[in-house]
Design a protein around this ligand. Structure first.
Ligand code: FBP
Length: 552
């Protein structure tokens, strides 16, 4: 396979790891500061993995390990791609080899399916070396199958036993780490002697809490999108004739939109969590957009940029209630609904929803109403990447501006272009931050297995400090769980971290946004740099730095 110059250069980059991981470590057990709600139910569902302490690796005097024999480990990449996944695997590989050079690493192919269907490959040094610091999940592929039934767990166990695997690492987002915890609990309950460790992945940035600073891939994806938005801003400030409506990935929370807004200073950035808190309707959102377009037009600026979080539609309170009813209806009438002709599906839904939701659904633009009944993902989530919110907002804005032009309230010129940035960033070459972070996460996962831990998520903290000072450990997954309604049933799931409206990043954004809206204050971040001065190449995400009070 022909390689680009950067690919060659990146595969030989040596990720920096925390100093603590280089020497002899011992494990310190710390108490959990704060627990989520629903603890009684979680305790009942996870009797074997509930109530574990938070772990931190500290300098040790003597080797504190349980396996001196070779240790075989399996790995699964689950869910959407995120830059750095290959480095988790590389860190895992190097770590088990450092324990015993005869240890083996097996990758299950195409996500959890590989475990259930016994499709795997051994990851040898030659294979690993090809993928170091390179984006994508193609070393073993990824998938979204939900690991949830006893039959799946038992099938998995057969192959894990056959390969003499002691530990399984599941690299995934909130749903996949929830599955990792369920699997850990089951294997513990049946004394299978297999440990399960999760790894926090998702570009969406919504797998974070007091103990997980960020999910991997968020940094790189936001840097890629910010570069592209910056380029668009340069273009629109040059030609001064287009409004760019840019939808950004982030299935639920608006972390990506907020991070990009802080990096590029657009004219408008919608934050879904604010829309929900203010109980805004689709019309309110369009009203805000048109107000700014008119103000800019009055200054002669018939151009601008608008960032739209992918998950917006689910945060508009009335639509959220409608989606909940649609989810329940489609779960319980899946077979019947699939038999209905496409042209009749919309009317069928209108006739089967409650009166209030039926009226809301009927009044939605037809394209949106059809997109809301598309297939859910295996975890029961609506696939918001298929909903064209950016186009919907352009249409509604245009309609309103035409009306206002007729009444003489608007005299500007409105030409809009739409973009959706999501897949463009998910497989980018990981930034140095993600390369180092992911390699360390993988390295730690192996150490947790080596110390007989199960039901933990591999964790690295203090990541805005120089890498050598990063702190490493493990977080019990059950501490992140609460009960939520999924597929019409209450299930234990890891709580998604939404943008905190009282948090420093959002507060900084709102203190600046009126200025950014009317005048033109664009920032052009440029492409990710991999080689060069540290202040250009090694910057952590801006939101994280603001959260820690390092940027005000
Ligand atoms: P994960 O939560 O699995 O990391 O995936 C996140 C994401 O990239 C979302 O931002 C997006 O809505 C979704 O995946 C798209 O899913 P798919 O890859 O199945 O099209």
């Amino acid at each position: 396979m022909k390689k680009s110059a950067l690919q060659i250069a990146r595969t030989s980059y040596e990720p920096k790891i925390p100093k603590i991981l280089k020497g002899v470590v011992e494990i310190q057990e710390n108490k959990i500061a704060k627990l989520n709600s629903d603890q009684i139910e979680i305790k009942k569902l996870f009797p074997n993995t509930y109530g574990l302490p938070v772990l931190q690796f500290v300098e040790g005097i003597k080797k504190h390990t349980h396996y001196s024999d070779p240790i075989n480990v399996g790995v699964i990449l689950s869910g959407g791609q995120a830059p750095g996944g290959h480095n988790v695997i590389a860190g895992l590989f190097d770590s088990i080899k450092s324990i015993n050079s005869s240890s083996r690493l097996y990758g299950f192919l195409m996500g959890p399916d590989g475990l259930i269907n016994h499709k795997y490959k051994e990851l040898t040094k030659n294979i690993i070396d090809e993928y170091r610091n390179v984006g994508g999940f193609d070393i073993i592929g990824s998938g979204r199958t939900k690991l949830e039934s006893k039959e799946q767990f038992d099938e998995g166990l057969k192959i894990l036993k056959k390969l003499n695997i002691k530990g399984l690492v599941i690299v995934g987002g909130d749903d996949s780490n929830t599955n990792a915890c369920v699997l850990a609990e089951y294997y513990k309950q049946i004394s299978a002697n297999i440990q399960v460790i999760g790894c926090p992945k998702t570009i969406d940035g919504d797998l974070k809490n007091e103990m997980i600073e960020t999910s991997f891939g968020f940094d790189t994806a936001c840097k890629v999108y910010s570069e592209m938005i910056g380029n668009i801003q340069k273009d629109c400030n040059s030609s001064r004739k287009y409004w760019h409506f840019i939808k950004l990935m982030g299935r639920s929370a608006s972390h990506i939109a907020l991070e990009c807004a802080l990096q590029v200073q657009p004219n408008i950035c919608i934050i879904s969590e604010e829309v929900m808190a203010k109980n805004q309707s689709l019309d309110d959102i369009v009203q805000n957009i048109t107000d700014i377009i008119i103000k800019r037009a009055n200054k002669g600026y018939n151009f601008g940029t608008i960032l739209i979080p992918e998950g917006l539609i689910e945060f508009i309170p009335t639509i959220k209630v409608l989606i909940n009813e649609l989810n329940e209806y489609l779960t319980h009438h899946e077979v019947e609904f699939k038999c209905i002709e496409f042209s009749k599906q919309r009317d069928h839904i209108i006739n089967n929803l409650s009166k209030k939701n039926s009226a809301i659904y009927k009044n939605l633009p037809e394209t949106l109403s059809r997109q809301l009944i598309l297939d859910r993902d295996p975890h029961g989530n609506i696939q918001v990447s298929l909903i064209e919110t950016e186009k919907l907002l352009v249409e509604m804005t245009k309609e309103r501006l035409i009306k206002m032009a007729k009444s003489g309230e608007y005299t500007g010129k409105f030409t809009a272009l739409t973009h959706f940035f999501g897949y463009e960033g998910r497989c980018a070459y990981p930034s140095n931050y993600d390369s180092n972070y992911c390699y360390s996460l993988g390295y730690v996962a192996a150490k947790l297995i080596n110390n007989k831990k199960t039901g933990y998520m591999s964790a690295i903290f203090n990541t805005t400090a120089p890498t050598s000072e990063w702190i490493a450990g493990g977080i019990p997954i059950t501490t992140m769980m609460n009960m939520e309604r999924r597929h019409g049933e209450m299930k234990p799931v890891i709580k998604k971290a939404l943008v905190k409206l009282d948090g420093a990043p959002f507060q900084l954004f709102i203190s600046q946004r009126d200025k950014w809206a009317i005048s033109t204050n664009y920032i052009y971040p440029g492409p990710i740099q991999y080689f060069g001065p540290s202040e250009i190449c090694d910057q952590p995400p801006k939101t994280l730095q603001i959260e820690k009070g390092e940027i005000r």
